[in-house]
Design a protein around this ligand. Structure first.
Ligand SMILES: C[S@@+](CC[C@H](N)C(=O)[O-])C[C@H]1O[C@@H](n2cnc3c(N)ncnc32)[C@H](O)[C@@H]1O
Length: 162
């Protein structure tokens, strides 16, 4: 088991209309919101060719979540306690979030994206192109979310993780 400490520096920041984790969408599927991904100048050249893709994966740090991690949580879309790693709860041992967002434009060191579900000022860790053949298997079981996932469109976050 590797227990060496890891350290990452943000490569940029995500700007969104959401000032607080409370009251905002809980996934891109329910987020009719536009945001801007701003890369640090030294990474700008890495955006070459990204505009050819319709979607990208953003990996980021949940900077505004509470440090007090619980290994079972009541997720936004259920009233039952679930194992943390069977949820998308933002309060995690390594508070890393993942959002698949639609790319609108790539200009200079900025990407305009649709479907953001993060707080304004969220530190960005990485960007990857979304590729259905790699990232969207055909036969998928959505576990406990099978019956509640459609509520993602209307559900808004409360303050349980912040
Ligand atoms: C349920 S998480 C899902 C995020 C991502 N799509 C995922 O699956 O990893 C989304 C919620 O996290 C909270 N959140 C968003 N950005 C955050 C941030 N930077 N720090 C702490 N909490 C955040 C908000 O309450 C938002 O509704």
């Amino acid at each position: 088991m590797a227990d060496d400490k890891l350290e990452y520096d943000p490569i940029g920041v995500i700007h969104t209309p959401f000032e607080s984790p409370e009251g905002m969408p809980i996934q891109p599927a329910g987020a009719d919101a536009t945001g801007t991904v701003e890369l640090a100048p030294r990474y700008a050249a890495g955006l070459q060719d990204l505009a050819e893709f319709s979607h990208c994966i953003l990996l980021y740090h949940f900077h505004a979540s509470d440090d007090d991690v619980s290994l079972t949580v009541e997720p936004f879309l259920d009233e039952t306690e679930r194992g943390l790693f069977a949820t998308r709860a933002p309060q995690r041992p390594n508070p890393i979030g993942l959002s698949v967002v639609e790319i609108d434009t790539v200009t200079g060191r900025e990407i305009t994206v649709n479907g953001v579900d993060v707080v304004d000022g969220t530190p960005l860790l990485d960007i990857k192109p979304f590729v259905p053949q790699f990232d969207a298997p055909d036969d998928v079981d959505a576990g406990w979310l099978e019956t509640s996932q459609s509520a993602v469109h209307s559900k808004r976050a409360d303050d349980r993780f912040c």
